[in-house]
Design a protein around this ligand. Structure first.
Ligand code: PEP
Length: 253
């Protein structure tokens, strides 16, 4: 039996105003309260940067952790519009997502950049959720495993541990599309990702959580979350509704 706990993580992306963030985080906290005991999984919400402090205050005395959606690889300086991982930590974060495919595609982030972000995030005391995953063209060319191995090799710090790192496998073509790989494919890919991680950090790879992300919703959550090498979900669209986010978590109870 794996010691890895299931992590249910919501990536709110660039959605909602402060009032929405207050309502959403408050509703998730209320659902945990009503459940009446400590849920069997871990919870994380990643609000837009400007809402982090507000959400962090709301969930302060709950088991819900707060994360940033990205950070810069520099501690401080002339980087207009960017956010240092130290600032995220200061605002109440314990996690940060790095290398999301939307950052890789829209901001030209390479494995080298993602690696530097993950390293500084760790130094700042944040757990880095390092996103990897193939595009549709790469899938069609049968390169899924190769792409994931290259991204693990290039964007995971050499001193990654289960304490400072989570991996999120997110096939780019499954994000926000309603399409997903089969459960069999997800398990096979996660197994290869863990092996690639083990080649880099040794036996510690067995303790690192590997999340699946890409159109996870209440109706398919159990299928993915019961796979032996899937240790949680990174959820976009369905994390914006407290009922759906909670229903996904409930699939693990
Ligand atoms: C994501 O962007 O990380 C994601 C998985 O989005 P969705 O759940 O909407 O596919």
């Amino acid at each position: 039996m794996s010691e890895r706990k299931i992590l249910i993580a919501g990536n709110w992306k660039m959605n909602g105003l402060t009032k929405d963030a207050v309502e959403l985080s408050g509703s998730i906290a209320a659902k945990i309260d009503v459940y009446g005991k400590e849920p069997e999984c871990e919870f994380l919400v990643c609000p837009p940067t400007v809402q982090i402090s507000t959400v962090a205050e709301i969930v302060e005395d709950t088991m819900i952790a707060v994360g940033g959606q990205d950070c810069h690889f520099a501690e401080k300086g002339a980087h207009t519009g960017d956010t240092s991982p130290y600032m995220l930590k200061d605002a109440g974060c314990s996690f940060v997502i790095v290398g999301h495919s939307e950052r890789r595609a829209n901001h030209g982030e390479t494995d080298e950049i993602v690696l530097k972000k993950a390293e500084l995030a760790n130094t700042a005391g944040l757990k880095a959720i390092i996103c990897i995953g193939e595009t549709e063209a790469e899938k069609d060319a049968g390169k899924t495993i190769d792409v994931c191995k290259t991204q693990i090799g290039g964007s995971v710090p050499a001193n990654a541990t289960a304490e400072n790192t989570v991996i999120a496998y997110e096939p780019v073509w499954a994000i926000g599309t309603g399409r997903t790989p089969t459960a069999e494919d997800v398990q096979a890919t996660h197994k290869e990702i863990r092996a690639a991680l083990a080649a880099k950090i040794g036996g510690e790879a067995d303790k690192v959580q590997i999340l699946y992300g890409g159109s996870v919703k209440p109706s398919n959550a159990k299928e993915f979350l019961s796979l032996p090498d899937v240790d949680g979900a990174l959820i976009g669209g369905a994390s914006l509704k407290a009922d759906d986010f909670w229903a996904i978590a409930e699939a693990t109870f």
